[in-house]
Design a protein around this ligand. Structure first.
Ligand code: NAP
Ligand code: F7E
Length: 342
């Protein structure tokens, strides 16, 4: 039996899959909390982790305290990684109640039950750079929070009303990772990086004619998810619980991402026009990218760039994959997968 047991909520998501692999490689017994869906959750996890090493599945939902209590009693974790969330910022404007229920109140339910089952448990909570909102870059642990989306608001409420009080007043070992955008070939297809890598790969293979984007000027600090889950684990091994910014310290616009991705496939993108009339043309002058208001947000976080020097100093963490390396990995993965299918 493994010395350490970890329970991951959100194990079927991007970060959950990388974290499960990382912890299994470190010899952990890994438990995953999954929601009941019409698809067997193992179908979403299989193939992502080493097939001979088992993930123990417990059913539960952040909207349901009793299910969390029973999952904790069954798994008896030494470490909990709370990654479950309604994680789509754009959707949070359309579904603010669901976002608050899961990303704010759900965290309270989990901490309440964890405190009851084992007050010695160590907990990582997924906070986010979206909490900085309007605060200009570079952002670090001392930068003021000023969220502009229901997603950012819910994450900030969870941090202020649950994470900090459970740590400071109740003595729970709680870490909050303020992670900046991190991506991978396993990223959800509606996030902008994966949307671009998939769409360009399809264009190159003749499977699609064009695609639409929103705000090309938005600037993000994009890192590799496989690097970032290592920081989550390191936080829980540290002598005292704390908050850490995890970021690369470099930032790029959505437009940069498109251009870098197109180069990987030896495609050119030339821009012409302005505002909603702007289009991206290929080298034959054919429109391959349009701008669609639908993909703009009611309020936008314009620019994020994190300063992760505290994590570097205290945890020895630093990102290994560069922006160019990340784009290359994502585009080639989508291209090769789609080419095999077509
Ligand atoms: P993701 O791919 O969207 O995964 C979200 C996970 O949460 C999925 O496993 C989903 O399960 C689960 N979930 C959603 N609602 C739930 C509920 N009510 N009860 C139980 N599980 C629920 O997100 P990610 O990119 O891996 O991000 C992981 C965490 O880090 C999230 O909390 C996100 O907000 C935060 N974060 C992400 C980034 C980033 O750039 N990726 C940056 C900062 C913070 P289903 O499969 O059933 O939908
Ligand atoms: O948008 C712009 C969009 O949806 C990035 C989540 O993991 O990171 C993620 O949130 C930027 C925004 O990620 C499209 O307006 C332009 O400025 O990929 P995204 P996000 O909103 O930054 C944070 C840190 C999290 O915590 C979240 O969980 O790209 N953008 N055109 C577009 N975005 C999308 N989705 N689609 C477009 O067509």
């Amino acid at each position: 039996m493994a010395d350490k047991r970890a329970l991951i909520t959100g194990i079927t998501g991007q970060d959950g899959s990388y974290l499960a692999e990382h912890l299994l490689n470190l010899g952990y017994e890994v438990w995953g909390l999954v929601r009941r869906t019409s698809l067997d959750p193992m179908m979403r996890i299989d193939g992502l982790v080493h097939p001979r090493r088992r993930i123990h599945i417990v059913y539960g939902n952040l909207r349901d305290g009793a299910s969390l209590r029973s999952a904790l009693e069954q798994s008896q974790p030494h470490e909990i990684y709370n990654l479950a969330a309604q994680s789509d910022v754009g959707i949070s404007f359309k579904c603010p109640d669901e976002t608050m229920e899961v990303n704010y109140l759900g965290v309270g339910r989990l901490l309440h039950e964890a405190m009851h089952v084992n007050p010695q448990v160590r907990i990582y909570h997924a906070s986010t750079s979206e909490m900085f909102g309007k605060t200009p870059p570079p952002q670090n642990e001392h930068s003021p929070f000023a969220p502009v989306s229901p997603y950012g608001e819910a994450k900030l409420l969870a941090y202020e009303h649950f994470v900090k009080p459970y740590r400071d007043k109740h003595g729970l070992f709680m870490c909050s990772g303020i992670l900046f955008n991190h991506e991978s070939p396993r990223r959800g297809e509606h996030f902008v990086t994966r949307k671009i890598s998939m769409s360009l790969a399809k264009l190159k293979l003749g499977l699609q004619d064009d695609f639409s984007l929103g705000n090309l000027r938005a600037v993000r600090d994009w890192g590799f998810a496989g690097d970032y889950v290592k920081a989550m684990h390191l936080m829980l091994q540290h002598e005292k619980p704390d908050d850490y910014v995890i970021a690369t310290g470099t930032s790029h616009s959505v437009r940069d991402f498109v251009e870098t991705a197109a180069k990987v496939l030896e495609m050119d993108v030339r821009w012409t026009g302005a505002g909603f009339e702007e289009v991206g043309l290929d080298r034959n002058g054919k429109v391959i990218i349009r701008i669609d208001e639908e993909f703009y947000r009611p309020v936008e976080v314009q620019s994020l760039r994190g300063d992760a020097s505290k994590a570097r100093r205290q945890l020895g963490w630093s990102p290994q994959v560069s922006f160019a390396g990340l784009v290359d990995m994502m585009v080639k993965n989508d291209f090769e997968r789609l080419a095999r299918r077509s």
